[in-house]
Design a protein around this ligand. Structure first.
Ligand code: HEC
Length: 408
């Protein structure tokens, strides 16, 4: 079996960034183009609509786009699912992200056909809007799924608590995608408008596209910062900040070039502008990649690989043992089933060594039970501990076991 071998992991890790880059840049232009098309369809004059139709038609998806984007999304899901042990539940990822993507792209293909035929009906914008919404839902799920890789401590618990899939980091990445996609679409509309929209509509295309591009480029930096502040501390490094800073500088240069192109249409510099947009997408993907590599360091991976499903202990006991011993055995069983994935007493795994953190609870065992019942963020050097599905008796047993077993 090649699954899980180091060579396979390296292969997956190296295909993930280019797959993310192609997928999000292309899908961004399709979703952005469809958004501008639907907005014009509803609000624009027939003349404006006719003027911009060729540009928006170029951005629209066809069968090739549907097939290739389905494949890049599947590749990303494959990386998330099997690139890093242990595997996440597959049904949520595959069904949840692929079905809306394919349905959305097919609806947008249909919308493009309807636009070409020029037949106006209230159904037409509805078809476009539904397509955009489905594509965005799938992108949101994909961003959250990829976001799981920077919070690996959630993965063992995902099956029991699917809501752990959602995260502020994933949401921030998704909003960043929307912003960058609309900015790139705006730039394409402004640059192509000059050539394809005809003299009457060229100025309209330039203003509309340039305005959208600059507006969303300016909206992006706060979202980038929001994403960075929602990264777990172990995922942050100087490289992550440097890449983010490079992205910000690229966005600033792009805004200046776009403003220049708006002021002097004859010096458009389309090549550099498009190249800078690609650089911006690449820096967006690589920031995430670096954070992921930081989060999945050796200790975390060892902790996750140590995950062995331990069956629930059979409660019936043949010979009644002394009560203290029964309690300790119960506590130990809970520990091995629910905590050992992430904790050892002497060493750091996903969580801190228990010998270092438990003694402070000696004076106040109730506080230890309260923490296990509802963990709160403690040490910035670690990700947050997830809330575990434990009964009150299990919490009591495991807390007693920790106090008993940890170093004095
Ligand atoms: C999925 C990984 C994971 C699992 C499972 C897990 N923990 Fe944790 N635990 C952590 C992380 C990460 C931290 C550090 C949290 C922080 O500092 O914000 C932590 C911190 C702690 C702390 C220290 C709290 C403090 O005051 O600093 C205790 C005690 C603890 N866990 C007990 C448990 C017990 C008991 C269980 C099982 C019932 C358990 N943990 C299961 C990851 C986990």
């Amino acid at each position: 079996m090649i699954w899980g071998t180091p060579a396979y992991l390296t292969l997956l890790k190296s295909v993930l960034p280019p797959a993310l880059c192609v997928h999000f840049a292309w899908l961004g232009l399709i979703a952005g183009g469809a958004t501008v098309a639907v907005a014009l369809d509803i609000l624009g004059t027939p003349d404006q609509r006719r003027g911009l139709a060729p540009i928006l038609d170029r951005l629209g998806p066809g069968p090739v786009a549907v097939a290739l984007l389905g494949m890049t999304a599947a590749l990303i899901l494959l990386c998330v699912q099997s690139g890093y042990p242990p595997p996440a539940p597959s049904a949520i990822f595959w069904g949840g992200a692929l079905a809306p993507l394919l349905a959305g792209l097919l609806l947008l293909t249909l919308y493009r056909r309807l636009l070409r035929m020029g037949r106006g009906s209230p159904l037409r914008p509805g078809c476009g809007l539904a397509g955009i919404a489905l594509v965005l839902v799938s992108t949101f799920l994909l961003c959250c799924g990829a976001g799981l890789l920077v919070a690996p401590e959630k993965r063992p618990l995902l099956e029991a608590m699917p809501q752990l899939l959602l995260s502020w980091y994933g949401t921030a990445r998704y909003l960043e995608f929307t912003c960058l996609a609309l900015a790139a679409t705006g730039a394409v509309v402004a640059l192509l408008g000059e050539r394809t929209a005809g003299p009457g509509n060229a100025q309209f295309a330039r203003r509309l596209g340039g305005g959208i591009a600059i507006l969303f480029l300016l909206a992006w930096p706060p979202l980038l910062l929001f994403a960075l502040f929602n990264l777990p501390a172990i995922a942050l490094s100087r490289g992550v900040w440097l890449l983010a800073a490079a992205g910000l500088v690229t966005a600033a240069i792009l805004s200046l070039l776009l403003a220049g192109a708006l002021a002097k249409p004859e010096q458009r510099r389309a090549g550099p502008i498009l190249a800078l947009f690609l650089t911006l997408f690449a820096s967006w993907v690589m920031t995430d990649h670096l954070a992921r590599e930081n989060a999945l360091d050796g200790a975390t991976m060892a902790g996750l690989a140590a995950l062995v499903p331990v069956p629930r202990p059979v409660p019936a006991q043949v010979t009644p043992a002394p009560t203290a011993q029964v309690a300790e055995a119960a506590g130990k069983a809970v520990f091995e089933r629910s905590c050992a994935v992430c904790h050892r007493f002497e060493e750091k795994l996903v969580g801190p060594p228990l010998d270092a953190v438990v003694p402070k609870y000696r004076q106040d065992p109730a506080a230890l039970r309260a923490f296990i019942r509802a963990p709160v963020k403690r040490d910035p050097a670690f990700p947050a501990m997830p809330k575990l599905p434990l009964t009150e008796a299990e919490i009591e047993a495991v807390a007693a076991y920790l106090l008993e077993r940890a170093a004095p």
